[in-house]
Design a protein around this ligand. Structure first.
Ligand code: PEP
Ligand code: MG
Length: 314
Protein backbone atom coordinates (compact mmCIF):
# COMPACT_ATOMS: atom_id res chain seq x y z
CA UNK A 1 0.00 0.00 0.00
CA UNK A 2 2.82 2.35 0.94
CA UNK A 3 4.58 1.47 -2.32
CA UNK A 4 1.44 2.19 -4.36
CA UNK A 5 1.03 5.54 -2.60
CA UNK A 6 4.63 6.40 -3.36
CA UNK A 7 4.36 5.41 -7.01
CA UNK A 8 1.36 7.75 -7.48
CA UNK A 9 2.76 10.64 -5.44
CA UNK A 10 3.06 13.05 -8.35
CA UNK A 11 -0.62 12.82 -9.33
CA UNK A 12 -2.63 15.88 -8.32
CA UNK A 13 -4.43 15.49 -4.99
CA UNK A 14 -8.05 14.53 -5.68
CA UNK A 15 -10.91 12.30 -4.60
CA UNK A 16 -11.69 9.11 -6.57
CA UNK A 17 -14.13 11.09 -8.73
CA UNK A 18 -11.66 13.84 -9.46
CA UNK A 19 -12.57 16.60 -7.01
CA UNK A 20 -9.35 18.52 -6.41
CA UNK A 21 -7.86 18.80 -2.93
CA UNK A 22 -4.40 20.25 -3.17
CA UNK A 23 -1.80 18.51 -1.00
CA UNK A 24 1.04 20.84 -0.03
CA UNK A 25 3.93 20.58 2.40
CA UNK A 26 4.78 22.38 5.62
CA UNK A 27 8.43 23.26 5.24
CA UNK A 28 10.43 26.08 6.73
CA UNK A 29 13.64 26.22 4.77
CA UNK A 30 14.40 26.41 1.06
CA UNK A 31 16.80 23.53 1.58
CA UNK A 32 13.78 21.28 2.19
CA UNK A 33 11.96 22.31 -0.99
CA UNK A 34 13.50 19.72 -3.27
CA UNK A 35 12.59 16.91 -0.89
CA UNK A 36 9.03 18.16 -0.59
CA UNK A 37 8.56 18.36 -4.36
CA UNK A 38 10.09 14.94 -4.82
CA UNK A 39 7.59 13.64 -2.26
CA UNK A 40 4.74 14.97 -4.41
CA UNK A 41 3.96 18.29 -2.71
CA UNK A 42 1.90 20.66 -4.85
CA UNK A 43 3.27 23.72 -3.10
CA UNK A 44 4.08 24.97 0.39
CA UNK A 45 1.00 25.59 2.51
CA UNK A 46 2.93 26.77 5.54
CA UNK A 47 6.42 28.20 5.80
CA UNK A 48 6.95 28.81 9.52
CA UNK A 49 9.31 31.76 9.29
CA UNK A 50 10.02 31.79 13.02
CA UNK A 51 12.37 28.87 12.35
CA UNK A 52 14.72 31.31 10.66
CA UNK A 53 14.89 33.01 14.04
CA UNK A 54 14.91 29.87 16.20
CA UNK A 55 17.83 28.20 14.47
CA UNK A 56 20.35 30.92 15.29
CA UNK A 57 21.36 33.32 18.02
CA UNK A 58 20.62 36.70 16.48
CA UNK A 59 17.83 38.27 14.46
CA UNK A 60 18.17 37.45 10.73
CA UNK A 61 18.54 40.65 8.73
CA UNK A 62 16.05 41.81 6.16
CA UNK A 63 18.46 40.70 3.41
CA UNK A 64 18.96 37.28 4.94
CA UNK A 65 15.22 36.81 5.17
CA UNK A 66 14.74 37.98 1.61
CA UNK A 67 17.32 35.47 0.39
CA UNK A 68 15.58 32.60 2.15
CA UNK A 69 12.08 33.54 0.93
CA UNK A 70 13.42 34.11 -2.57
CA UNK A 71 15.10 30.71 -2.65
CA UNK A 72 11.88 29.04 -1.47
CA UNK A 73 9.71 30.94 -3.96
CA UNK A 74 12.04 30.06 -6.84
CA UNK A 75 12.24 26.40 -5.81
CA UNK A 76 8.45 26.11 -6.05
CA UNK A 77 8.61 26.86 -9.79
CA UNK A 78 5.24 28.56 -9.87
CA UNK A 79 3.53 26.35 -7.30
CA UNK A 80 1.93 28.28 -4.43
CA UNK A 81 4.05 29.29 -1.45
CA UNK A 82 2.35 30.53 1.71
CA UNK A 83 4.75 32.47 3.90
CA UNK A 84 3.50 32.89 7.45
CA UNK A 85 4.73 35.90 9.35
CA UNK A 86 6.56 35.39 12.62
CA UNK A 87 4.74 33.30 15.18
CA UNK A 88 6.90 33.65 18.26
CA UNK A 89 5.66 33.17 21.80
CA UNK A 90 3.61 30.37 23.30
CA UNK A 91 5.68 27.25 22.77
CA UNK A 92 8.21 29.01 20.51
CA UNK A 93 10.74 30.90 22.57
CA UNK A 94 13.52 32.95 21.03
CA UNK A 95 15.94 33.61 23.89
CA UNK A 96 17.90 36.46 22.29
CA UNK A 97 14.82 38.64 21.77
CA UNK A 98 14.63 39.30 25.51
CA UNK A 99 10.84 39.03 25.63
CA UNK A 100 9.06 39.46 28.95
CA UNK A 101 8.04 36.24 30.67
CA UNK A 102 4.31 35.77 30.87
CA UNK A 103 2.17 33.70 33.21
CA UNK A 104 0.05 32.46 30.33
CA UNK A 105 2.28 32.66 27.30
CA UNK A 106 -0.27 30.94 25.05
CA UNK A 107 -2.75 33.69 25.93
CA UNK A 108 -0.33 36.56 25.86
CA UNK A 109 1.79 38.49 23.39
CA UNK A 110 2.36 35.82 20.77
CA UNK A 111 2.09 35.62 16.99
CA UNK A 112 0.65 38.71 15.37
CA UNK A 113 0.41 40.42 18.77
CA UNK A 114 4.15 40.27 19.19
CA UNK A 115 4.58 41.61 15.65
CA UNK A 116 2.45 44.63 16.55
CA UNK A 117 4.56 45.19 19.68
CA UNK A 118 7.77 44.80 17.72
CA UNK A 119 7.60 46.58 14.35
CA UNK A 120 11.42 46.38 14.40
CA UNK A 121 10.91 42.64 13.76
CA UNK A 122 7.73 42.77 11.70
CA UNK A 123 8.50 45.51 9.15
CA UNK A 124 11.78 44.03 7.86
CA UNK A 125 9.98 40.73 7.38
CA UNK A 126 7.13 42.40 5.48
CA UNK A 127 9.63 44.25 3.30
CA UNK A 128 11.50 41.04 2.53
CA UNK A 129 8.28 39.29 1.54
CA UNK A 130 7.07 42.23 -0.58
CA UNK A 131 10.34 42.31 -2.54
CA UNK A 132 10.25 38.58 -3.22
CA UNK A 133 6.57 38.65 -4.16
CA UNK A 134 7.38 41.38 -6.66
CA UNK A 135 9.37 38.81 -8.65
CA UNK A 136 7.42 35.67 -7.72
CA UNK A 137 3.63 35.84 -8.14
CA UNK A 138 3.24 32.48 -6.38
CA UNK A 139 3.92 34.11 -2.99
CA UNK A 140 1.03 34.32 -0.52
CA UNK A 141 1.27 35.99 2.88
CA UNK A 142 -0.50 34.76 5.98
CA UNK A 143 -0.82 36.12 9.52
CA UNK A 144 -0.88 33.84 12.60
CA UNK A 145 -2.97 34.11 15.78
CA UNK A 146 -5.57 36.45 14.34
CA UNK A 147 -8.31 36.79 16.96
CA UNK A 148 -10.21 39.87 15.79
CA UNK A 149 -11.08 41.75 12.63
CA UNK A 150 -8.86 44.59 13.84
CA UNK A 151 -5.89 42.21 14.02
CA UNK A 152 -6.22 41.51 10.33
CA UNK A 153 -6.86 45.11 9.35
CA UNK A 154 -3.86 46.31 11.28
CA UNK A 155 -1.54 43.70 9.76
CA UNK A 156 -2.90 44.39 6.31
CA UNK A 157 -2.43 48.14 6.75
CA UNK A 158 1.20 47.62 7.73
CA UNK A 159 1.79 45.42 4.71
CA UNK A 160 0.02 47.93 2.42
CA UNK A 161 2.24 50.68 3.77
CA UNK A 162 5.33 48.60 3.03
CA UNK A 163 4.06 47.87 -0.47
CA UNK A 164 3.50 51.57 -1.11
CA UNK A 165 7.00 52.36 0.07
CA UNK A 166 8.53 49.69 -2.18
CA UNK A 167 5.99 50.01 -4.98
CA UNK A 168 5.24 46.27 -5.08
CA UNK A 169 2.01 44.56 -6.16
CA UNK A 170 -0.91 43.30 -4.15
CA UNK A 171 -0.58 39.62 -3.22
CA UNK A 172 -3.02 37.12 -1.71
CA UNK A 173 -3.36 37.76 2.02
CA UNK A 174 -4.68 35.13 4.37
CA UNK A 175 -5.23 34.58 8.05
CA UNK A 176 -4.81 31.51 10.13
CA UNK A 177 -7.93 30.27 11.82
CA UNK A 178 -6.48 29.00 15.08
CA UNK A 179 -8.39 30.97 17.70
CA UNK A 180 -12.09 30.15 18.15
CA UNK A 181 -13.06 33.83 17.85
CA UNK A 182 -11.62 33.92 14.33
CA UNK A 183 -13.77 30.98 13.26
CA UNK A 184 -16.82 32.63 14.83
CA UNK A 185 -16.26 35.85 12.86
CA UNK A 186 -15.18 34.03 9.70
CA UNK A 187 -18.01 35.64 7.80
CA UNK A 188 -16.66 39.14 8.47
CA UNK A 189 -13.06 38.08 7.91
CA UNK A 190 -13.95 36.34 4.65
CA UNK A 191 -15.08 39.64 3.19
CA UNK A 192 -11.59 41.05 3.60
CA UNK A 193 -9.06 38.22 3.30
CA UNK A 194 -8.15 36.17 0.24
CA UNK A 195 -7.91 32.82 1.98
CA UNK A 196 -7.98 31.03 5.32
CA UNK A 197 -5.68 28.35 6.66
CA UNK A 198 -6.86 26.47 9.71
CA UNK A 199 -4.20 25.78 12.32
CA UNK A 200 -5.74 22.78 14.00
CA UNK A 201 -2.98 22.52 16.59
CA UNK A 202 -3.84 25.82 18.19
CA UNK A 203 -7.53 25.75 17.28
CA UNK A 204 -7.86 22.48 19.20
CA UNK A 205 -5.86 23.82 22.14
CA UNK A 206 -7.94 26.98 22.43
CA UNK A 207 -11.30 25.32 21.78
CA UNK A 208 -10.88 22.52 24.31
CA UNK A 209 -8.77 24.60 26.73
CA UNK A 210 -6.08 21.91 26.65
CA UNK A 211 -2.42 22.84 26.37
CA UNK A 212 -1.20 21.36 23.07
CA UNK A 213 1.99 20.16 24.76
CA UNK A 214 0.43 18.73 27.92
CA UNK A 215 1.46 15.08 28.18
CA UNK A 216 -1.54 14.01 30.26
CA UNK A 217 -4.01 15.69 27.91
CA UNK A 218 -2.35 14.55 24.69
CA UNK A 219 -4.88 11.82 23.95
CA UNK A 220 -7.85 14.15 24.38
CA UNK A 221 -6.35 17.09 22.51
CA UNK A 222 -7.68 15.80 19.23
CA UNK A 223 -8.73 18.03 16.33
CA UNK A 224 -11.37 15.45 15.41
CA UNK A 225 -13.43 16.60 18.39
CA UNK A 226 -16.78 17.70 16.92
CA UNK A 227 -16.43 21.07 18.67
CA UNK A 228 -13.33 21.77 16.60
CA UNK A 229 -14.92 20.36 13.44
CA UNK A 230 -17.91 22.67 13.89
CA UNK A 231 -15.63 25.69 13.98
CA UNK A 232 -13.93 24.48 10.80
CA UNK A 233 -17.31 24.02 9.14
CA UNK A 234 -18.30 27.57 10.10
CA UNK A 235 -15.07 28.75 8.51
CA UNK A 236 -15.57 26.82 5.28
CA UNK A 237 -19.20 27.90 4.93
CA UNK A 238 -18.28 31.55 5.50
CA UNK A 239 -15.43 31.36 3.01
CA UNK A 240 -17.67 29.79 0.38
CA UNK A 241 -20.24 32.56 0.78
CA UNK A 242 -17.55 35.05 -0.19
CA UNK A 243 -15.80 33.01 -2.85
CA UNK A 244 -12.68 32.37 -0.75
CA UNK A 245 -10.86 29.10 -0.16
CA UNK A 246 -9.84 27.30 3.02
CA UNK A 247 -6.77 25.19 3.65
CA UNK A 248 -5.60 23.37 6.75
CA UNK A 249 -1.97 23.43 7.83
CA UNK A 250 -2.28 21.96 11.33
CA UNK A 251 -1.38 18.38 12.17
CA UNK A 252 -4.90 17.09 11.49
CA UNK A 253 -4.40 17.64 7.74
CA UNK A 254 -1.75 14.95 7.62
CA UNK A 255 -3.45 12.24 9.59
CA UNK A 256 -5.48 9.87 7.45
CA UNK A 257 -8.73 10.35 9.36
CA UNK A 258 -8.23 14.11 9.56
CA UNK A 259 -7.50 14.51 5.85
CA UNK A 260 -10.73 12.74 4.89
CA UNK A 261 -12.96 14.59 7.34
CA UNK A 262 -11.45 17.96 6.42
CA UNK A 263 -11.84 17.33 2.69
CA UNK A 264 -15.44 16.30 3.39
CA UNK A 265 -16.02 19.60 5.18
CA UNK A 266 -14.98 21.42 2.00
CA UNK A 267 -11.33 22.19 2.69
CA UNK A 268 -9.50 22.75 -0.62
CA UNK A 269 -5.88 22.42 0.46
CA UNK A 270 -4.16 20.19 3.00
CA UNK A 271 -0.66 21.17 4.01
CA UNK A 272 1.17 18.32 5.71
CA UNK A 273 4.67 17.16 6.58
CA UNK A 274 6.71 15.94 3.63
CA UNK A 275 6.46 12.21 4.48
CA UNK A 276 2.66 12.50 4.71
CA UNK A 277 2.08 13.94 1.22
CA UNK A 278 1.87 10.62 -0.62
CA UNK A 279 -0.24 8.88 2.01
CA UNK A 280 -2.74 11.74 2.21
CA UNK A 281 -3.08 11.76 -1.59
CA UNK A 282 -3.63 8.00 -1.54
CA UNK A 283 -6.28 8.28 1.20
CA UNK A 284 -8.17 10.95 -0.79
CA UNK A 285 -8.06 8.85 -3.96
CA UNK A 286 -9.86 5.98 -2.24
CA UNK A 287 -13.08 7.97 -1.57
CA UNK A 288 -15.53 9.95 -3.62
CA UNK A 289 -16.34 13.57 -2.82
CA UNK A 290 -19.92 12.61 -1.99
CA UNK A 291 -18.68 9.88 0.31
CA UNK A 292 -16.47 12.37 2.16
CA UNK A 293 -19.26 14.95 2.44
CA UNK A 294 -21.49 12.33 4.03
CA UNK A 295 -18.69 11.23 6.34
CA UNK A 296 -18.02 14.80 7.47
CA UNK A 297 -21.71 15.43 8.14
CA UNK A 298 -21.84 12.30 10.31
CA UNK A 299 -18.62 13.28 12.06
CA UNK A 300 -20.18 16.55 13.18
CA UNK A 301 -22.92 14.60 14.95
CA UNK A 302 -20.57 12.32 16.96
CA UNK A 303 -20.15 12.73 20.71
CA UNK A 304 -16.34 12.86 20.72
CA UNK A 305 -13.15 12.52 18.70
CA UNK A 306 -12.85 8.81 19.37
CA UNK A 307 -16.26 8.22 17.79
CA UNK A 308 -15.25 10.30 14.77
CA UNK A 309 -12.12 8.20 14.31
CA UNK A 310 -14.08 4.96 14.65
CA UNK A 311 -16.62 6.21 12.11
CA UNK A 312 -14.02 7.07 9.51
CA UNK A 313 -12.00 3.91 9.98
CA UNK A 314 -15.28 2.01 9.52
C1 PEP B 1 -1.36 25.29 14.13
O1 PEP B 1 -1.53 25.91 15.18
O2 PEP B 1 -2.05 24.30 13.80
C2 PEP B 1 -0.27 25.67 13.21
C3 PEP B 1 -0.18 25.11 12.01
O3 PEP B 1 0.65 26.57 13.66
P1 PEP B 1 1.81 26.15 14.70
O4 PEP B 1 1.75 24.66 14.84
O5 PEP B 1 3.06 26.67 14.09
O6 PEP B 1 1.39 26.88 15.92
MG1 MG C 1 -0.48 27.78 15.50
Amino acid sequence: EREAARAARHEPGATSDGQRVEVAANINRAADAEGALDAGAEGVGLMRTEFLFLERDSVPTEDEQEQEYRAMAAAMEGRPLIIRTLDIGGDKEVPYLGLAREDNSFLGIRGIRLCFERPDLFLPQLRAVARVANDHPNVHLMFPMIATLEDFRRAQAMFDEVRRELDTPRIPLGVMIEVPSAALIADELAQEVDFFSVGTNDLTQYTLAMDRLHPQLARQTDAMHPAVLKLIKLTVDAAERHGKWVGVCGGAAGDDVGALVLAGLGVKELSVSTPQVATVKAALRRRSAEDLRRLAAEALAQPNAEAVRALVKG
